[in-house]
Each structure stands twice: as structure tokens, then as C-alpha cells.
Design a protein around this ligand. Structure first.
Ligand code: MG
Ligand code: MG
Length: 628
């Protein structure tokens, strides 16, 4: 499988784009005409620059408004084509993309278009060039790949072929199975793009909202399976018009792009739908829970944190044999507190301050999980081991933090016994009934949301839920969840659009994205609330107005509402069950704990978010957020 990306997909000048594209591991690049025109070097120099990066120019694009023109426009379009052919030869590419005519002057007529393409094919053949025809979803007469294919078929010229673009086919809901009957040698290249489902004008949707395969909602895999069935084994090329990507980091977007193609290729390989030459990698890792979450803190802050964990019912159960690392446990939850000034934890502390910078996932096979992650371009994380330590496979995750993989088939299953000495210094501590981690919430800039959704869903056997808007009094935070069928993995990803929201403040003040809250599960929220209160743990105070509204909204028994209110418990319900939530105040720049009880409920209490955010904001330091 050969991968390519159009220069229009990422930000920067042509040089920056090529660097990022080459670094991400692409084999080829589509040169978008405007990127060339805005650049100061000659076509020959641009071609050389591409080849110096080890890349091939997969095509030059776009050539617009060609077929079906009346004279004298027709002659002029042919002259224009000859000029582009000159440029392509200097640049060193043999393929041009001609997109279907949108001009009001275009006459239409399949045979007229076919005749134009035959003539263009004759001219291209003289120079050893090829022409690929693409049906734009908003083309004036041709807006369906089946019609474009009919024109190519009737042109019947070896230098004229078809270009299929998943967006144009899928946005119009054209049956992808119509691709299966196209001969593979007539498909000159495949362009791929996904998009979120939004009901809007096709052109506007395409030019602003396309995203990488797997990041949107279109059935790109069905499209690709149909392509693979033809026997096509050429380039898969991303053509992504997205305002956010054009303003983002060229390197990050290029890495996402290549990851999206590799992941798509892997799905096609598993579907055994064709003859694409595809790299093999282990299957997506099945996650069986969060093994631990690790905090980095400095020595001075440890007693505050361990007191807080103690009040939450966590017992200090282990101390690392060689490092200043402690484990606190309750139920299945392991919280690791790392005060080691050396190593990555120390470096992370220096950069971000106190934070939950790492987490470990229980997977079926940690070696397979790391192999897949690395095959998909994740950055492997390794640090030197002390004698007696076991290597725990890991990659860099959100905000430069660490994502570890553990399994029960290797020594990793006994990590706590092998690397830690038992500690028994909180004999009189009272647990509060926390059983496990319900979800981990990671906060990031909105622009990073798609990156991490793709990262998690490509590596882990999990799916993403639809986007939900979380209303912060200072703006909107967009939230999407990565979760698996068993519910053993739930990561909420919150994308902040501005720094005045609680989420935006968190990333601005901690210098990066990361875990902003941990939600622990309990089977009995009222018992947990009572135990917390006995431990002297102050929960976040919720406005009494919330409870009046809640009672009316759900028709709750007033006595029940009073119990919720007495413990500052938030309540929600969906078709599947009930949800109870209570919160800690915020610590530092906005980190907090949540405790939830869910009985079948599938959401995360989005309707309650505005109330708890308002309450959390009141607890931030006075210098924190602007007054509203
Ligand atoms: Mg296209
Ligand atoms: Mg939550």
C-alpha cells in the first residue's frame, strides 16, 4: 500500500508541508496548484525538492472546467491544458486531475465529454502523460462517479482514466458497490476523505469540514472495500480540506493522516476484500480496564495529595523498591504518586506542575498492543530500568503524557508485587466504597480532539460516541468519548475552544493537555457520600436551584431530592438507567475527582455539566478565571 497526501491538506508553505509529509512517512504527494503558485521556486526546483524528500509527485491538481465547452472556450481549455502539461513535465509528474466542469458555459452530453477526453488523451500521450477524471459532487452535469466512469469508458483512451474520491461518492450517498465493476487499470488514483455528518451545502461541507478517514462519520471503509475488490493496488491519497487542519501543526496533521490510512488499510486487510498490498499488524487491543493512573508531584505537595487520597478512602499500600513512587489503592483503583525528581515524571513535573501525566491500560497482550501502536506511528516511550524493574511497554499520549500497556499473561500482571514493597501505615483509614475507575477525562485544545480520537480508536478496540457540547459559563467545550463495549474503557475527550472555560484554563495554566478529572465508580453513592463526610472530605457544593429544577424535570419524590441535595449529588437518567455524580472541589489549576454510580445509564451527565462547572469555578483560585 502506497500512501499520499495532497499539499492542500496541511498548513505551512510548500517546503514546510513537504517536510512534514516526508517525516510522517508518506510515499507521495499531490501538488495542489495554489501551493505551487504561491511558492517562489520554479516547477523544476519544486519537483527536485519533492524528490529530495524521498517523495513522488502522485498528481498535479486541479484542472477545472474542461469538458463539454462550446467554442471558442473549448480551444482555450485545450491551450490551458497544454500549458499545464508543460508545467507537469518540468515538475516531473505524469498525472493530472481534471474535475468535472462546474461552469455555466458547459454544454453537457456524455459523448461530447468523451470526445473531449479522447482528444486530451491524444495530446497527453504524446508527452507520456495521463489524465484522471473526477466527478465533483457539485459538478454542473457530472456529479456521480458512475457518469464519470461512463465518459472515461467511452473516451476509450489508455491515457484517460478515472479518479475516485470517497467524499464525492459518499456525500451523495452513491452506492459504493458500483465501483466493483470498474476495471482496476482504469482507476488512476484513489482519493480519500471522511467528514462529520452535517446537513449543509455539499461544496461548503467539502471545502471546510473534510477530515481523515476514521475521524468523521462517512462509511469510508465500505468505499475502500469496494475499491479493493477491483484489484486496485495503487496509491491511497488523502485530499482533506479542513479549516482547522490548515491552521494546525503540519507535523501533527501529517502524522494523523498517515495513521488514518494505515488504520483503514488494516481494516481492509481484515475484511479480505481485495488484493491491496497491506502491512500486517496485530489487531486493535482489547482493553480490560485502567490498571493505574500516575501523578507527578513534588515532595512538598505529597502530603497534601496523600491526605486527600486518604480522605477519599485510598490506602497507601506500596512503596517502590528503588524510586520515590507510592501506590494508593481502593477496590480495583491504583493511584501512583511519583515524586522522583529524575526521569520522565520529574521532567513532566518541571514542565506542567502537579498532574496526572500517565495511565496504564490492562490489555489482552501488551506486546501486541505496543506493536500496533508503533505500526500506526505512535511514539514509543522508554526510559532506563533500574535492576529488578520490569519493562512496561508505553507510548506518548495526550499532552506528551504516557500511555502504558499491561497484560495478565506476563510479569506485568504482578508489577505491584515485583517492583513495590508493601506498606501498612493507614490501618485506621476508612474506605468509601470506590470500586473502579468509571472514566478518565482528558482535556485538550479543540484542534487536538480529532487527533486523539483517531489515536485511541485506531490502537484500541473501542469506538467514539457522537460529539456533545458541554456548556461552560464562559464558552462551549466539545466532548467526545472513546469507550468499549464492556465499559471497561471510558475516556472522555474534552476540546476547549477558549481559555476562559474551566477546560481552557486548565490547559493554559498547566501548559498542555492532560487528564483533568478522574471519575471513580461506586455501587452506592449515598453510602459513599456519608463515608466521605465521616472522613472529612468536603464535596463540591451544588446550587440549591439545581435541585428544584431537577425535581420538576424528572418528577422526583421530594424526599429523594432532599437526599441528593444533602450530599451535593447530581442526578441524570436516560432510557437505560440512572446516573448519580458527586464532585471534589478543583485543585491547583482545575483538576478534580468525580464519583459516579451508574445503573445501565450510558452517558456522562452532560446535562449536569453547567451546574458543576459553575460550582467548580467558584473554587478556583481568585487569580484563576475571569469573573462572569
Ligand atoms: Mg478529490
Ligand atoms: Mg466526568
Amino acid at each position: 500500500m502506497k500512501t499520499s497526501i495532497a499539499t492542500v491538506s496541511i498548513s505551512g508553505d510548500l517546503k514546510e508541508k513537504l517536510q512534514a509529509i516526508a517525516k510522517a512517512g508518506f510515499d507521495g504527494v499531490e501538488i495542489f496548484e495554489n501551493d505551487f503558485l504561491a511558492f517562489d521556486e520554479s516547477p523544476r526546483q519544486v519537483g527536485q525538492m519533492v524528490r529530495d524528500h524521498g517523495l513522488e509527485i502522485t498528481l498535479f491538481q486541479p484542472f477545472r472546467d474542461f469538458e463539454g465547452m462550446p467554442e471558442p472556450l473549448r480551444s482555450r481549455t485545450f491551450d490551458r491544458a497544454e500549458r499545464k502539461f508543460d508545467l507537469m513535465q518540468e515538475m516531473g509528474t505524469d498525472l493530472v486531475l481534471v474535475c468535472s466542469n462546474v461552469s455555466s458555459a458547459a454544454l453537457g452530453g456524455i459523448d461530447r465529454a468523451a470526445a473531449d477526453f479522447f482528444e486530451l488523451g491524444e495530446r497527453a500521450a504524446k508527452r507520456g502523460l495521463r489524465v484522471g477524471y473526477e466527478a465533483l459532487a457539485w459538478g454542473r452535469h457530472i456529479h456521480d462517479h458512475r457518469d464519470a466512469w461512463e465518459i472515461v469508458r467511452r473516451a476509450d483512451h489508455p491515457n484517460i482514466g478515472l479518479i475516485l474520491d470517497s467524499f464525492h461518492t459518499l456525500s451523495r450517498k452513491i452506492d459504493v458497490n458500483s465501483i466493483r465493476s470498474i476495471p482496476k487499470e482504469k482507476i488512476f488514483i484513489i482519493q480519500l476523505a471522511d467528514a462529520p455528518l452535517i446537513d449543509m451545502d455539499l461544496l461548503y461541507w467539502s471545502r471546510h469540514f473534510r477530515n481523515m478517514p476514521g475521524e468523521g462519520d462517512l462509511p469510508v471503509l465500505d468505499f475502500m472495500n469496494a475499491v479493493a475488490a477491483t484489484g486496485y493496488d495503487g496509491y491511497l491519497s488523502l485530499e482533506i480540506f479542513n479549516d482547522q487542519f490548515r491552521g494546525g501543526s503540519p507535523t501533527a496533521i501529517a502524522v494523523d493522516g498517515r495513521r488514518s490510512l494505515l488504520y483503514l488499510g488494516d481494516q481492509v486487510r481484515r475484511a479480505k476484500s481485495g488484493s491491496l498490498t497491506l502491512p500486517s499488524m496485530p489487531a486493535r487491543a482489547a482493553v480490560d480496564g485502567i490498571a493505574f493512573v500516575e501523578f507527578t508531584v513534588d515532595e512538598a505537595e505529597t502530603s497534601v495529595l496523600s491526605d486527600r487520597l486518604g480522605a477519599l478512602g485510598f490506602r497507601h499500600v506500596g512503596r517502590h523498591k528503588t524510586k520515590r513512587v507510592d501506590v494508593f489503592r481502593q477496590g480495583d483503583i491504583n493511584l501512583v504518586v511519583n515524586t522522583d525528581p529524575d526521569g520522565f515524571a520529574g521532567a513532566s513535573y518541571a514542565l506542567h506542575g502537579q498532574s496526572a501525566y500517565a495511565m496504564g491500560l490492562w490489555v489482552d497482550d501488551a506486546e501486541a498492543a505496543i506493536a500496533r501502536a508503533v505500526a500506526l506511528g505512535a511514539e514509543r516511550f522508554e526510559q532506563p530500568l533500574n535492576p529488578g524493574e520490569i519493562e512496561m511497554p508505553a507510548v506518548r499520549g495526550v499532552g506528551g503524557g504516557i500511555l502504558y500497556f499491561l497484560d495478565r499473561r506476563s510479569a506485568l500482571a504482578r508489577i505491584w508485587e515485583i517492583e513495590f514493597d508493601p506498606v501498612n501505615d493507614d490501618a485506621d483509614l476508612q474506605p468509601v466504597g470506590l470500586t473502579g475507575i468509571d472514566h478518565v477525562a482528558q482535556t485538550m485544545k479543540y484542534e487536538e480532539l480529532l487527533t486523539w480520537l483517531l489515536f485511541y480508536t485506531a490502537i484500541l478496540d473501542a469506538h467514539k460516541t457522537p460529539m456533545v457540547d458541554i456548556i461552560d459559563p464562559a464558552g462551549v467545550v466539545r466532548s467526545q468519548v472513546v469507550e468499549n463495549a464492556s465499559g471497561r474503557l471510558r475516556i472522555t475527550l474534552n476540546g476547549a475552544e477558549n481559555r476562559n472555560t474551566l477546560a481552557g484554563h486548565f490547559i493554559a495554566e498547566t501548559f498542555g493537555s492532560g487528564i483533568q478529572h478522574l471519575a471513580f465508580a461506586t455501587d452506592d453513592i449515598f453510602a459513599t457520600a456519608a463515608a466521605l463526610s465521616a472522613n472529612g472530605f468536603a464535596t463540591l457544593t451544588i446550587s440549591p436551584n439545581y435541585y428544584d429544577d431537577l425535581e420538576a424535570r424528572f418528577g422526583l419524590d421530594p424526599a429523594f431530592t432532599d437526599r441528593l441535595k444533602a450530599h451535593n449529588i447530581l442526578y441524570d437518567r436516560d432510557d437505560h438507567g440512572e446516573y448519580f455524580q458527586l464532585y471534589s472541589p478543583t485543585y491547583g489549576e482545575g483538576f478534580f475527582f468525580e464519583i459516579v454510580q451508574r445503573s445501565g445509564y450510558r452517558g456522562y451527565g452532560a446535562a449536569n455539566a453547567i451546574f458543576r462547572i459553575a460550582a467548580l469555578r467558584r473554587h478556583l483560585r481568585p487569580i484563576g478565571l475571569p469573573k462572569l
